[in-house]
Ligand binder design. Structure first.
Ligand code: KG4
Ligand code: ZN
Length: 345
């Protein structure tokens, strides 16, 4: 297949609680994008129930892919490359999207690219903001929190990572403790704007230490202690907890990124852009603080548009295009993986 002509990639994502598909072109156009969110199905359990997620993916996948094709006015024969998340994630869900893609590829003879979900998050700023390599990436999702040096497609170096909870997990757990619901990130983000960020002084774990690793579980424990000892939990109290908790997370991210900018691997690579991606990148306080850090450091700042931060098919389709153009294609179906560190790419 000629690689200088415009190519279309159909991307499929099913690793958590979104069944999503998109058609994206090599010239960065999203022709169609369907995100079927299962959040209402999991809300009453306070988090994602893997078995329910897998069943919901089975019921949704066919319609989601069909609608993605019809919204773009395309049929499967117009598609040049098929890409699907092959891990990491909830294996029941990953299997459904991946096997669907394998069947499509085998039936049509189209090339199939196995996408690492984290790579989808890591590369999507190149779809939305045309960011060039290398860049310094804060990847913060429900499952992961890492500072990565992104040198190129498939070339990721971990500069720092969480030693316990991910940032998204901390948001979700604090929201649960306050009885505010799932997912916690957007709820806390909204309430933090109404609260006083100086009301409580929660810890900034590891920030007095060198290095770029995170620890979010200590903040969460300190929040729990404050909640336990407060008898009357007014709306004002909850908003103040949200604002103060979020401020601790923001401070930790900025402190660790400052150290990352002074890490010799980063200095030698000379990245021009600081980027945030993953579900937590929707957080406006984190985006604003990182933008300020970038300006203060004489660098550019980039973040995907809000609907491309949380899980979506467009990031998988774009990663499919990037890997296809870099000749990183899986020709034989591989087994999906529940765990799949970026460093193994
Ligand atoms: O990337 P993502 O959709 O799924 C994973 O790959 O894990 O991230 C979901 C996470 C959840 O923990 C959710 O609470 C968090 O992203 N999140 C946010 C916001 N929106 C979603 N966290 C902070 N502020 C937000 N506005
Ligand atoms: Zn994700």
């Amino acid at each position: 297949m000629m690689k200088n002509k415009k190519l279309l990639c159909l991307g499929i994502e099913s690793s958590c609680d979104e069944t999503s598909a998109a058609i994206v072109s090599t010239d960065r156009e999203i022709l169609s994008h369907i995100i079927y969110s299962q959040i209402p199905e999991h809300q009453k359990y306070g988090g994602v129930v893997p078995e329910l997620a897998a069943r919901a993916h089975v019921l949704a996948i066919d319609e989601v892919v069909q609608k993605t094709l019809s919204d773009a006015n395309k049929t499967i024969s117009d598609i040049d490359v098929i890409a699907a998340t092959a891990g990491p994630g909830l294996i029941g869900g990953v299997l459904i999207g991946w096997e669907f893609a394998v069947a499509l590829a085998q039936a049509t003879g189209k090339p199939l690219v196995a996408i690492n979900h984290l790579e989808g998050h890591a590369l999507v700023p190149r779809l939305t903001n045309n960011v060039s390599f290398p860049y310094l990436l804060m990847l913060a999702s429900g499952g992961h929190s890492q500072i990565l040096l992104v040198r190129g497609v498939g070339d990721y170096e971990i500069i720092g990572q969480t030693l316990d909870d991910s940032a998204g997990e901390a948001f979700d757990k604090v929201s649960k403790m306050l009885g505010l619901g799932y997912p916690g990130g957007p709820i806390i983000d909204k309430r933090a704007k109404l609260g006083d960020k100086n009301a409580f002084k929660f810890p900034r774990p590891l920030c007095d230490k060198p290095g770029c690793d995170f620890s979010f579980s200590g903040i969460k424990t300190s929040v729990r202690n404050q909640i336990t000892k407060t008898k009357e939990q007014t709306e004002e109290f909850k908003n103040n907890i949200c604002a103060s908790f979020q401020e601790s997370v923001v401070d930790c991210i900025i402190n660790r990124l400052q150290n990352a900018l002074n890490d010799s691997r980063v200095i030698n690579a000379e990245p021009k852009t600081i980027v945030v991606a993953g579900g937590v990148a929707k957080n406006l306080a984190i985006r604003a603080a990182m933008e300020k850090l970038a300006i203060d450091s004489g660098m550019e700042f980039a973040a995907p548009t809000l609907n491309l931060c949380t899980d979506n098919g467009a990031m998988i389709a774009w990663a499919g295009i990037e890997n296809y153009l870099a000749d990183r294609i899986v020709r034989e179906p591989t087994a999906p993986r529940p765990r799949w560190p970026l460093m193994e790419l």
